[in-house]
Design a protein around this ligand. Sequence first.
Ligand code: NAD
Length: 336
Amino acid sequence: MAKHTIVLIPGDGIGPEVSGATRRIIEAAGLSVEWVELPAGASAIEQGFENVLPQRTLAAIAAHKVALKGPVTTPVGKGFTSVNVQLRKKLNLYAAVRPAHSMPGVKTRFENVDIIVIRENTEGLYSGLEQEVVPGVVTSLKVATEVACTRIARFAFRFATRNQRKRITVFHKANIMKMSDGLFLDCARRIHEEEYPNIAYDELIIDAGCMRLVQDPSRFDILLTENLYGDLLSDLCAGLIGGLGVVPGCNFGEDAAVFEAVHGSAPDIAGKGIANPLALLMSGVLMLRHIHEGDIAAKIERAYTQVLTEGRTLTADLGGKAGTNEFADAIIAKFK
Ligand code: NAD
């Protein structure tokens, strides 16, 4: 019997390509695993499931507690509610953690970037509470609750303490949204003062914060934000360190964790075999640490670091010519 059971959601667009490569690498690195492969997104409908987030997929994640998920497509401006938003809400995956750090062999404008975005995942403007008040007038409600703001603040400070991080900076717009962002700040300040005075804490209005981020990202450590700002900042931070192909992520709740890259389904390159699987593989490495398989995680990390440093087998987003599988094979070759 395999030691671990992990739900694998290939997803849409480049999802099956990058998740296939990631799965091969993790298996080649020696993980004893049974994958429970289930769909989400447009591919669920194509496979005859009743909706984009099948009950079977949700139930499997709830039962096995860990999932590795490829990206899924969400229609813009119409159609079904985002599968990701539904998944995070239904499983109460309230904390998104997205590390963006400089990578050996990946040339960018900046060096020594080591930022972790911690994003509240369940409310804010992603509550999906939109209505047409009268024709031509719509509202979109931004929800902030003391429970969720306190929960994400406590998660962030605990994470910082456990991972030897030094500082948390909240990016906010409480000068305009005095009540919702104001509550977010109040909760973060209280948790800092009462429970984690060991971690340095500061706040930046998000517009000025973005300017400082692109001037000198090396001065930031953990960025703590509500939902929408965290979504935007994750991609901004990806841009600082080499793009969406190199930024992993995970969504944590009390009972389950779903590991996925920050990038989407990339319809522009889907099916071409050229997507970079590294972001999902790095998410897999975070997952391996979560399930206490630190040695296998380190083995994979060493292998992809070598491949990046040599620079001979890189995907197009990193300036190379290799395809998804060629890149995966180069990593696997380092295990021998
Ligand atoms: P995207 O992240 O899919 O792509 C943005 C750009 O980055 C594209 O040019 C793409 O080719 C490139 N890119 C992304 N991942 C890459 C990879 N691994 N290797 C090489 N290049 C890569 O963003 P988008 O185009 O705005 O969104 C496409 C779809 O993905 C939308 O339906 C969106 O809702 C969805 N989406 C899903 C998730 C998720 O499932 N977690 C996250 C973001 C967006």
